[in-house]
Design a protein around this ligand. Structure first.
Ligand code: SF4
Length: 394
């Protein structure tokens, strides 16, 4: 696919003009967020936006209906959430959320600041498209299958496979060489890419980037599948503390709820599944936190139907939408029409929202662009001018 225009990914300094007003996307490399930063975002959402934070599938946060972009950028800069004016849109780094706390070969969160700093220190990499995604997987396989461009996948305690275009390049790296090689691959891609935005779009991209690196690929390669691995509920950490994984209905976190989360005072993670993790809690504190946050709408039950559904923005945020998708999804969840996997799904086209019963993982869209569709098998519930069409997942 050849691209004829620069990518239009929004940031804080370049807002997206959505149908309901300007939208900002705040990059959170590794999905990492301090409680103080979440408090700043909550206040910004309430003072300058529509009062809610949207979690994205790249572990970022979006603010909608902004009316003072200058004030927003000043607040985020002061909070350390906008460390670069030149590289903000290339800081797209996913990391295995529970790495370093629960399982995994290594703690890839220690690599996040190194990669982030390396990106920001390289003037040429400011020209990477905002679509480029870096992935750091600690070997559990939760983020390597999420469609990254350049990534690391731990294969032992101090060894990483280099991923290019979501595939194992065959190159194996000791820990000390891992981030420098990712940065070298990013430079090669930037040199080669022309009008292409993603490694997988570049003809022979994986082979050409591999050939330009000073490493010889081996013959064995990993098969990297897509895993739907949301950390939800009580998660015992390896160090005796507890993390709480919290689902966020339709990935929209009201500012007031965000302030309650920030009040825990613990490090926070935004996951690629648009959920939160509150980390490093003592057991008794964790029980109290869950008891406070569950009534506010956060989900700690892994069987909740809210965890089966994702949706695009729909109306009023997107002018292309045929309907208010999120209202239709919410009605389906609250009236018991989002069913467990294996149950019977309504079939057909031009269906009324109120008659849909859909089983298993499902993505609802306001038009056939299907923005935000998660990777892997998922039933598509897509609005058209005359109603919804259901396309079952594999
Ligand atoms: S899928 Fe269609 S309606 Fe939904 S956000 Fe994308 S363009 Fe808009």
């Amino acid at each position: 696919m050849t691209r004829s225009a620069p990518d239009s990914c929004p940031g804080v300094l370049r807002l997206h003009e959505a149908a309901d007003g300007p939208l900002a996307r705040v990059r959170l490399p590794g999905g990492r967020l301090t409680p103080e930063q979440l408090q700043v975002l909550a206040e910004a959402a309430r003072d300058l936006g529509n009062g809610a934070l949207e979690l994205t599938s790249r572990g970022n946060i979006q603010l909608r209906q902004l009316h003072d972009a200058t004030e927003l950028s000043q607040r985020l800069t002061a909070a350390g959430l906008l460390p670069s004016t030149t590289h903000e849109r290339v800081r797209n780094i996913l990391a295995s959320p529970m790495s370093g706390r629960v399982g995994g070969w290594s703690d890839v969160h220690t690599l996040v600041p190194l990669l982030d700093a390396g990106l920001q220190d390289a003037p040429a990499l400011a020209e990477l498209p905002g679509r480029v995604l870096f992935t750091l997987d600690d070997g559990r396989g939760d983020v390597s299958g999420l469609g990254g461009d350049i990534g690391l996948h731990a294969t032992a305690a101090d060894e990483y496979a280099l991923l290019l275009g979501g595939l194992d390049s065959g190159i194996r790296l000791p820990g000390a060489d891992a981030v420098p090689t990712v940065l070298a691959a990013a430079h090669v891609f930037q040199d080669l890419r022309g009008h292409f935005w993603r490694v997988r779009e570049l003809p022979d991209g994986v082979a050409r980037i591999t050939a330009a690196l000073p490493h010889t690929p081996g013959e064995e390669t990993l098969e990297l599948g897509v895993r739907h691995d949301i950390p939800i509920g009580w998660l015992d950490q390896d160090n005796g503390l507890v993390s709480l994984g919290a689902g966020v209905p339709l990935a929209t976190l009201p500012a007031r709820t965000a302030e309650f989360v920030a009040a825990t005072g613990r490090p926070l993670l935004v996951t690629p599944w648009r959920s939160l993790v509150i980390t490093d809690l003592d057991e008794d504190i964790a029980e109290t936190v869950a008891g406070v946050l569950a009534p506010l709408g956060l989900i700690f039950d892994a069987t909740s139907p809210w965890l089966r559904v994702t949706a695009c923005a729909g109306r009023p945020g997107c002018a292309k939408s045929h309907t208010d998708v999120r209202a239709d999804v919410a009605a389906a969840v609250t009236t018991g029409r989002v069913l467990p996997a294996g149950a019977e799904t309504t079939v057909g086209t031009d269906l009324d929202a109120g008659e849909l019963e859909v089983a298993g993982r499902q993505h609802w869209s306001g038009c056939d662009r299907r923005c935000g569709r998660p990777a892997g098998p998922v039933t598509e519930v897509t609005a058209g001018p005359d109603g919804y069409t259901i396309t079952p997942g594999d």
